[in-house]
Design a protein around this ligand. Structure first.
Ligand code: P6P
Length: 327
């Protein structure tokens, strides 16, 4: 969308923005609107629960563990139920890959889309009132509509995403997404219950002065990561680590910066998940002029081999990721 057309759209609701731009979506336009509307609806419900987390008894671990081995907080489970239900009702999704479920969920055999989602990332921050987020990727199914879901539908490269986005439940609640034609951000207006376009055509600064990495694990960083972090310090950069991927990513998208979750002794493959964390943010970062690799390979080029596969993750301002990669 050329800048002027976008500028005129500021203040548009998410619905109207999608309708005005659905010609950009390479498939049947109405389906994208439906998918994004289903996701936005579920995020409004989750937002309401997140905003009162301290008030009603949905705090604290539920006792069970999710695929990542994290203690499952009740809000995680609630978010997973809400997104699954909304997407099932929408009828557009044939399979749902979620951090909270071991295998994919078969939703609707006539659906044309596959969704990978982290319903509530950063769950360890829920009960300390720090921003958390939802991350989602949308793929077109490969196998014939109406036929059983195939492995090829589920394990698609990030470069096959037709849309991706996140919802950040922060000081304000924002939805940021791309359909491959740039990145746009919408802020939730609580009293009206609507997302309004607030950040049109988001561009990630190609360089920055913020690095985001958990230095508590630095003893087990590779020599190259150690050297890059030292270089950031020599350049007197700012260290910022919220411990919530969506919040750290969103700040870097706005201000410029790099987020790194490298291979560590605890997580030799890295901690973050390719299918429902890294691919979506890699798509968004590239669409906003940034870059995302596993330290060597472009994230969107990695052929997934397992639903919950982990990868090292270097994402952010292009020049910073390139420099980190050169060490
Ligand atoms: P660590 C949260 O659990 C998460 O998946 C990301 O949101 C966050 O960036 C990262 O893990 C934090 O991990 O090992 O630094 O606590």
């Amino acid at each position: 969308m050329e800048a002027s057309r976008i500028a005129q759209s500021i203040g548009f609701t998410l619905d109207r923005f999608i309708k005005n731009n659905q010609d950009q979506f390479q498939y049947a336009s109405g389906e994208l609107s439906q998918l994004l509307r289903d996701i936005a609806l579920a995020s409004k419900v989750v937002n309401r629960e997140v905003n009162k987390a301290g008030l009603i008894d949905i705090m604290g671990p539920l006792g069970s563990q999710n695929m990542a081995g994290d203690d499952q907080q009740k809000l995680d489970v609630l978010a997973d139920i809400r997104f699954t239900r909304a997407l099932k009702k929408g009828g557009e999704v044939c399979a749902l890959i979620s951090e909270e479920s071991e295998s994919y969920e078969d939703l609707n055999n006539n659906g044309k889309y596959v969704i990978a989602i982290d319903p509530l990332d950063g769950s360890s921050n829920i009960d300390v009132n720090v921003s958390i987020g939802t991350i989602f990727s949308i793929y077109r199914r490969i196998s014939k509509v109406g036929s059983p879901i195939q492995q090829e539908d589920i394990l698609q490269k990030g470069s096959e995403q037709v849309a991706a986005g996140y919802i950040l439940y922060g000081s304000s609640t924002m939805m940021v997404y791309t359909t491959g034609h740039g990145v746009n951000g919408f802020t939730f207006e609580q009293s009206l219950g609507e997302f309004f376009l607030s950040h049109p055509d988001m561009q990630m600064p190609d360089n920055g002065k913020i690095y985001s990495i958990n230095e508590g694990q630095s003893n087990s960083f590779s020599e190259s990561v150690k050297k890059y972090v030292q270089d950031c310090k020599d350049k007197k950069m700012t260290a910022r680590y919220i411990g919530s991927l969506v919040a750290d990513f969103h700040r870097n998208l706005l201000k410029g910066g790099i987020y790194i979750y490298p291979s560590t002794a605890k997580d030799p493959e890295g901690k973050l998940r390719l299918m429902y964390e890294c691919n979506a943010l890699a798509f968004i970062s590239e669409q906003a002029g940034g870059m995302a690799t596993d330290g060597k390979t472009r994230i969107l080029d990695i052929q997934p081999t397992a639903l919950h596969q982990r990868v090292p993750f270097f994402v952010g301002s292009k020049k910073m990721v390139e420099l980190a990669q050169s060490f």
